[in-house]
Design a protein around this ligand. Structure first.
Ligand code: ASP
Length: 339
């Protein structure tokens, strides 16, 4: 029997149309283009249904409330389809791909987030291939994970980062092997894919939009005042994008004092690296240890996107600061390498 795939169309370049304001999403346009393209209906393709969200978004406008709408839409149709595709803009695709694994608990079917750098309406585009290959992967391989497919790469959602503003291979998985690759053949790397979850028994959507969190990238010259402003209440958690193995300006006592005071108040401060690849080893340098002594915890090799999503998740669920710090060091959905 032919597999059935649900396409949740959230927005993004893939379905946009040229207008006097530049590319903008237009209701019904993507669907009409697809209907005019026979390859979407050829034998070998799964059956699919496109469900467009009431407001199609440029993903630069996404908010955690929109993540929840996507997760709930998948849950509402979960029993009727074999796999799910989320069509999404590339700008914040890695954030949504990082958030959904924390939200779709007990997921046993593939959820593939994709989009494109050039809209489907253009003669030269990457939309067609990203969409067709996503449809084939979602229908042919029972991957129980949220994945991102783009430019031939199948990436675990919570490991994805956008690395190219223009190229077709716009996403990478710097700290975890690809889940699959599409060249002449589609190769799925089953050894990298998570096992089917044991609990919860049914899909459960966990909202993660009820926490106040932030992210701050260190830079030479950053003042204690800038950091203090960022850490003002009601902030509950901060992703601190630090240098190299997780180092920061340890010779600035005011800076360290602001970190320690915020930690004392219960703000969870998570150290991730600004580097594309590798992770935090906070005790390697005095400049990392000083942050740790001020209460900053290591985010290991999590991407900044995954660390942010995880803070949203843990703090929305209502874990205490202490519990959140502890859970930050445990891999909950494959977002972190632990030895
Ligand atoms: N600004 C667009 C978006 O993120 C870019 C894209 O889709 O590639 O929605």
């Amino acid at each position: 029997m032919s597999k059935r795939i649900y396409i949740a169309y959230n927005g993004g370049t893939i379905g946009m149309k040229q207008s006097s304001q530049g590319y903008t999403p237009e209701p019904g346009y993507l669907q009409s283009l697809m209907q005019a393209m026979p390859m979407f209906y050829q034998p070998g393709m799964p059956e699919f249904e496109v469900h467009a969200f009431p407001e199609l978004l440029d993903s630069a406008n996404m908010h955690p409330d929109d993540w929840l709408k996507i997760a709930e839409d998948i849950a509402d149709h979960y029993n009727d389809y074999d796999g799910f595709i989320v069509l999404h803009g590339t700008d914040t695709m890695a954030y949504t791909a990082s958030a959904l694994p924390f939200m779709l608990q007990g997921l046993r079917k593939p959820v593939i987030i994709t989009g494109s750098q050039i809209p489907l309406c253009e003669i030269r585009n990457d939309a067609r291939d990203n969409l067709i290959t996503s449809l084939l992967i979602a229908s042919q391989y029972a991957i129980p994970e949220v994945c991102l497919f783009f430019g031939g790469r199948l990436i675990r959602g919570c490991r994805a980062v956008k690395v190219d503003a223009k190229g077709f291979q716009a996403f990478a998985s710097p700290n975890y092997p690809l889940l699959g690759q599409a060249g002449i053949d589609i190769d799925i790397h089953w050894s990298a894919i998570r096992p089917v979850p044991v609990t919860p028994p049914n899909l459960h959507v966990q909202a993660i939009n009820q926490a106040v969190v932030g992210a701050l990238r260190l830079f030479p010259g950053i003042s204690a005042q800038v950091l203090a402003n960022m850490l003002q209440p009601p902030l509950q958690g901060l992703v601190l994008e630090a240098y190299g193995l997780g180092n920061g300006p340890a010779k600035d006592p005011d800076f360290l004092k602001v970190l320690a005071e915020a930690t004392e108040r219960g703000v969870v401060i998570v150290d991730v690296t600004q580097c594309l690849k590798g992770g935090v080893e906070i005790a390697s340098y005095a400049t990392g240890r000083a942050l740790a002594e001020a209460g900053v915890i290591s985010g290991g090799d999590m991407t900044a996107e995954a660390a942010l999503a995880k803070l949203y998740y843990l703090l929305t669920v209502g874990y205490s600061a202490e519990q959140t710090r502890e859970l930050m060091g445990i891999s909950l959905c494959g977002e972190l390498s632990v030895d």
